[in-house]
Design a protein around this ligand. Sequence first.
Ligand code: ATP
Length: 606
Amino acid sequence: EEPSFPPPPQNVDSAPFAILVGLFEKLSVERKQERRRKFLDSWFTHWRDEKGYDLYPVLRLLLPQKDRERAVYGLKEKNLAKTYIKLIPLGMRDPDAIRLLNWKKPTERERSAGDFPAVLYEVVSKRSSVIDSSLSIDDLNHILDELAQNMGKQDIQSKILQRIYNRSTANEQRWIIRIILKDMQISVKETTVFSVFHPDAQDLYNTCSDLKKVAWELWDPSFRLNSENKAIQLFHVFAPMLCKRPTRRIEDTVREMGGAEFYIEEKLDGERMQLHRRGNESNRKGKDYTYLYGKHVGTGSLTPHIDQAFDSRIDDIILDGEMLVWDPVTERNLPFGTLKTAARGTDNSKAELNPRPCFKVFDLLYLNGQSLIHKPLSFRKRNLRHCLKEITGRIEYAVEYRGKTAKDIRGRMDDVMAARGEGLVIKHPLSKYVLNGRNMDWIKVKPEYMDNMGETVDVLVVAGNYGSGKRGGGVSSLICAVFDDRRGDDDDEPKYSTFVRIGSGLSYADYVWVRDKPWKAWNPQQQPSFLLTASRSQDDKGDVFLEPEDSFILKIKAAEIVPSDQYHMGFTMRFPRATAIRDDLTVADCMSATAVLESLKMERKR
Ligand code: ATP
C-alpha cells in the first residue's frame, strides 16, 4: 500500500554519511541531556536549511530500532564476525579473528570487550586503507535495504558488507554495525529524537509505528496535528497501552480507582496482540481481511477459524488482547514458546488435537470507521460484548470481574495464584486508552511487586488436602506450620502452630515427590497431637497429615503477613508461593512463631 503522504521538498544531492557520524560521536560523548537535545536540534535545522525537509533518510539511521521497512537483517554479532573474518580476510588462528568471535570475553589490554562494534573497529582500523569515504547517507540506506532484502542469503549479504568495507572508514563501519544491530549507544532516547524532530512526532508514531509516515507527514515543524490525526487507523500498528506497577499496598491501588467499581482482569501470560479486521458477510466482495500484529504472529493458524466470531454488522474493527496457546488435549494454556510448533502443525491430519493460538480479547479500540480510544473503558467493553461471539480455544474474552475493595482484589488474587497465574490487572472504568501509555488507570498487581520486604519463611508441612479436577488424585494443597516456641508448659512434645496454606509454586515433579510421603488420615475427632489449629476454622484442617519426622521443610515467599483467625498463629501469609522444597533441612530448621512475630514487628515499623 502506497503512503498517502508525499515526500517533502528536498534538494537533490545527498549528504556524506560522515556528517551523520559526526553527530553520533558528539551525542555519544556529551553527558548532559539538554546539550544532546541542542546538538540534535541544530543538526536537524542545518539539514533543513541545506538539504530540504526530508529527514526520513536520517531518522532511519538515528532510530534503526523503529524502522519497520528494514525490520530484520538476520545478522547478529556472531555472523557479522564470521563474515568480516572472511572478507578482510583473516586466518582462523589470527588473534583478531579470535577476538571477533569472542567479542564478549574481557582481555587485559583492550577495554572494548563486550561491545562488538568497538571490537570490530579496532580490528578493522589496523587494516583498512580507506581514509576518506565515498559513502553518502543515501548510499548507506540503499545498501541497508539490500541487506534486509537478502536476509538469510549469506553469500549476497557478505558481498554487500564487502562493499561497506571497501568504501567506508573503520570508524564509519563501527556506526554502520551499530545501525545493523539496532543498538546505537548514543544516549538519546526515541522520545527525545521524536520531540526534537516535531512536537507531534511521538503521538503520530504511537498511532502507526511508521517512521516514514512520521517523517513525511510532519516534515513542516509549524504544522500541528489535530486530535483526529492522532487517532488509530485500521491496518496501522499502534503502540498499546501498558500497565503501571502499583505502589506497595493493595489499598493504594484501590485508592487510585477513586471509589468507583473497577475491573479486575487476569494478567495473562502470553504476548500482546492487536487484531485489525475489515469485511463482513453482506458487503464483502470476495474476501475478509484480518491481520494480527505482535511479536510472533500466528495469523495463518488463527484467522481462518474466527470469521464466525464477528457480528455481521461489523465492517471494521480493532481488538486488543493477549495471544495464548491453547492445548485442546489437556484443555490448558501452554507457554507461549510452543506457538511456533503450534502454527506448524495446522495441516496434518491430527490438526484438531494440536496446540493452537487462542486470542484473549480485553479491549475494543475501533469500530466501523470510528476510533474509540477516547471513550471510557466501560463504554468500550460494553460495545465489545456486542461485537464478538466467543469461539472456544480460538477467540475468547479475557476473564473479567468487578470489584470495589482491597478484599475483592485479594480474593481474585488467591484464585489466580491457586491456578498458577501471573497476577491481575486492575483497570479504571472511566479510563481512556493512552497509546504507549503507562499510567495509574491500568495497574498490574503481582505478588512479587509486593515482595520488597522479602517475606521468605521456612515452614513445616503438616497436613494436606486432596485436589479436584486437574489436580485431583492426591494431595494438592499443603497446610504449613511454624514451631510454637511461645508455650511455657512442660509438655515434651514440640508443638506446631498452623500458619499458611499453599497451593502454588510446586512443579508436577514436586507433587509426585510430595504425594509419595507417608500421609496418614486426619481424624476430625482427634487431630494430630503435635498440631495446634484454629478453633473455628476449616482452612487449617487437612484430609491427611504428616508426622513431623516424616515431613519436610518448604521455603515460601509471600507478599505480606496479615492477621487471620483461620490459623492458629493468628496471622497468615498473603499470596504465598512455594519457592523450594528444602530437602536439605530438617524439622529443627523450621521457623519459630517468635521469629514470625518479630519480622512482623519490623515490617510495621517501616
Ligand atoms: P512485567 O515484566 O512486570 O510482567 P510486563 O512487561 O508484562 O511487565 P507491562 O510492560 O506493564 O507488563 O505491559 C503490560 C503487558 O501485560 C501487556 O503488554 C500485555 O502483554 C500483558 N497483559 C496481560 N494481561 C493483560 C490484561 N488483562 N490487560 C492488559 N495487559 C495485559
